[in-house]
Design a protein around this ligand. Structure first.
Ligand code: FE
Length: 341
């Protein structure tokens, strides 16, 4: 409101004199869980086109969320960017975001990929498929993540810890689609398929599969795509030895998560914040952002990266992602009960 009033005053002042403009320069403060190299260039393009300066602070999502909480109404944060819906919902449930109504965002981003109250919006989609080593696994043996709990896969699957939000969101999505009881039963057997106590990140699961520790890895697609274009030749070699299998294509589809953003509750520059998020779903921004992060765009008509094209098209889960946040605590409880460390 204050900003809008300022702008009216600016317009009036402009008629009289142009001196006031420089003092009124817009800016926006972004708290980003996305690393600088993966977001700064597109924020620079936004600044160039809008004249709005972007101040970027990067850090771990939970650290940024607690920082916003500590700063309270004096927080300079305007936009929070995270790489998992679970964290966006966490920020929302702690009262750190504000509802935004935007025709642009509502028209561009399908309803299941944004918060029902307009407190966060997806900027990219990411999938969590099955990855397998063709030397040891035939694609015809695979069908869904559900079946990885079968006796046949005992000791053959690598997946990271249950403290990881990607896994929590994946389990929350199962709870949403098939209920707690069925998900618990699946989890109890799925943990028996683990080749080792969970450790490392998604890339480590892929590397372990190629090294023979396991035959199957569960990992987000952009990790494998990133390895395929890595500067490190050994990483490229490892990545080439793994194939993507899209699970549940006759059923619910592969698990899909998002990276996204919301406007901070106490944003000093809420108008600029909204403009920035709207810019992020333009074709120009989606092309750069999705490609450089090896993720899937949220709008139609944007090319995928060559690596993602190589993984092929797939059917993704059709779940209101807000539910993944709401069911996060339940998911953690079930994973714990199953002994997923
Ligand atoms: Fe990641």
């Amino acid at each position: 409101m204050f900003k809008r009033r300022l702008r009216v005053i600016t317009a009036v002042a402009l008629a009289i004199s142009s001196i006031s403009i420089s003092a009124m320069a817009d800016e926006v403060n972004v708290y980003s869980a996305r690393k600088e190299a993966l977001i700064k260039p597109i924020l620079d393009q936004f600044s160039e086109q809008s004249g709005i300066k972007v101040n970027l602070i990067t850090g771990k999502a939970d650290a940024l969320i607690s920082r916003m909480k500590t700063e309270g109404k004096f927080s300079p944060a305007d936009v929070l960017v995270t790489t998992d819906v679970g964290r966006l919902h966490r920020a929302k449930s702690q009262g750190l975001l504000q509802p935004i109504s935007s025709d642009v965002l509502e028209a561009s981003i399908s309803a299941n990929l944004r918060d029902g109250n307009g407190e966060w919006f997806a900027l990219t989609k990411r999938a969590r498929p099955i990855m397998y080593v063709p030397e040891r696994v035939n694609a015809s043996e695979l069908s869904s993540v559900d079946e990885l709990a079968d006796e046949k896969w005992k000791g053959r699957v690598c997946i990271r810890s249950s403290s990881n939000i990607y896994n929590q969101s994946m389990v929350a999505s199962l709870i949403e689609q098939q209920g707690s009881r069925k998900t618990q039963a699946w989890l109890n057997n799925f943990v028996k398929s683990f080749a080792r106590p969970p450790k490392g990140g998604d890339r480590d699961q892929i590397k372990a599969a190629v090294a023979g520790v396991c035959d199957i890895a569960i990992a987000n697609s952009y990790y494998l795509a990133g390895m395929l274009v890595s500067n490190d030749e050994s990483e490229r070699e490892v990545a080439k030895k793994v194939k993507v299998f899209w699970p549940s294509q006759d059923g619910r589809g592969a698990h899909v998560n998002i990276s996204g953003a919301g406007v901070a509750k106490h944003a000093p520059n809420a108008d600029a914040a909204k403009k920035l998020i709207e810019f992020m779903v333009t074709k120009q921004a989606q092309e750069w952002y999705a490609k450089h992060n090896q993720e899937y765009p949220v709008i139609d008509g944007v090319d995928w990266s060559p690596e993602l094209l190589g993984f092929g098209e797939f059917k993704g889960e059709n779940v209101r992602l807000q539910r993944l946040g709401e069911l996060n605590a339940d998911a953690v409880k079930l994973m714990d009960k199953a002994g997923w460390r």
